[in-house]
Design a protein around this ligand. Sequence first.
Ligand code: MV4
Length: 446
Amino acid sequence: MFSKVLIANRGDIALRILRSCKELEIKTVAIHSTADSDAMHVRLADESVCIGPPHSSKSYLNIPSIITAAQLVGADAIHPGVGFLSENANFAEIVNAHNITFIGPKIEHLKVMGDKIQAKIMANQLGLPLVPGSKSVILSLDEARFEADKIGYPILIKASAGGGGKGMKVVDDKKDLENSFVSAKNESRAAFGNDEVYIEKYLSNPRHIEVQIVGDKYGNVVHLGERECSIQRNHQKIIEEAPSPVLSEQEKENLGNLAVSAAKKMKYENLGTIEFLYQDEKFYFIEMNTRLQVEHPITEAITGLDIVREQIMISSGKKLSFKQENIKFFGHSIECRINAEDPMTFVPSPGIISQFHPPGGLGVRVDSGIYSGYQIPPFYDSLIAKLIVHGDDRQHCIRRLKQALKEMIIEPVPTTLELHKQILDNEDMNTANYDIKWLENNFLSK
Ligand code: MV4
């Protein structure tokens, strides 16, 4: 087992990783920017290293500084957390080249899944169902016309280097194809330095359902059930729940087995999430995430597993200690992401938190790095707390979550707390009658 892990992240997720390390009696090292000197992850870690000025490019994304910090303190592994460098194959390669373990999947899988066309080609070989679309990159407008006619409008142009929705263009009609093709390429060149695009049939009202998988270095893979993440805005998830409230037991089992089969065939190792769109009772693979995810606590709630602990054990070479038949699912869990943002415009609202009161009680978990007196720096993601509630069933979970939201105080900065209360009081939420467009169509001024 590792003796010292450097946590290359900040905020609630840095704390989350630190906790699992402590339980495994692993020493922890926090890194931080000059804006985060007073952050909770810095206070709670055994050691900390300041790695640069506030801007992420100079601190949490600064590979030379992070490697130097790891060498300085003698860390034998680096956990990248979520976001930042967590899916950066170049970073993982550099970490390994310094004889430090990157806690995450193999480099080849970071690379393949980072390229959405490669990911689709691989998913197809692994037997995952795809959205009908082009088999590879679309090189010319003529080719785009040909493919679009074959697929049938509406179509969606996607950036191969994308994910998270950047560079995507819906095209309803043939006459708009040229403009959209050119602007999709321009946008993705500007955002990613890569203008490769591909085309898919546009699904108009899907749900977003993803499967958590975990695999060790010896070919053992299990799934930990699915998560429903359709309640989102601008590709930012707002609420996630597990299990999916709409799938039958048979559909859940089939989906889990499909994900495990694919992961086994590719000899996937560590944590992964296979994302699907679900529409008209059919699943379509869209992407695979090769990291721990923000919404992992709802999976922990329904399985009773510490998946960060599993991740660390796997990276240190341990075999998975459970088989698929040992995984049991209990009750229902919902996560609310609390962002320091204007609840209607979602414009970030950094500032000083004068009062913070987390809710409590059985089945209530708050993952957060904030405290009364904490100043939210303006440089990073606006996620400041995750409220995760577990109940015997979905209705129980919703009642418990409503009470927890009432108890939670974060003042005076504007947050999404009020939006969560409204969503939980909505009849469509009560009946799980939502898709990926529901929040924008029902709650938000556009
Ligand atoms: C789609 C789609 C509809 N049809 N693909 C958004 C980012 C990337 N993860 C894939 N995305 C989508 N792909 C087809 N063929 C709609 C989306 C999409 C979406 C997907 C999941 C969660 C939220 C979303 C919000 C808007 C669009």
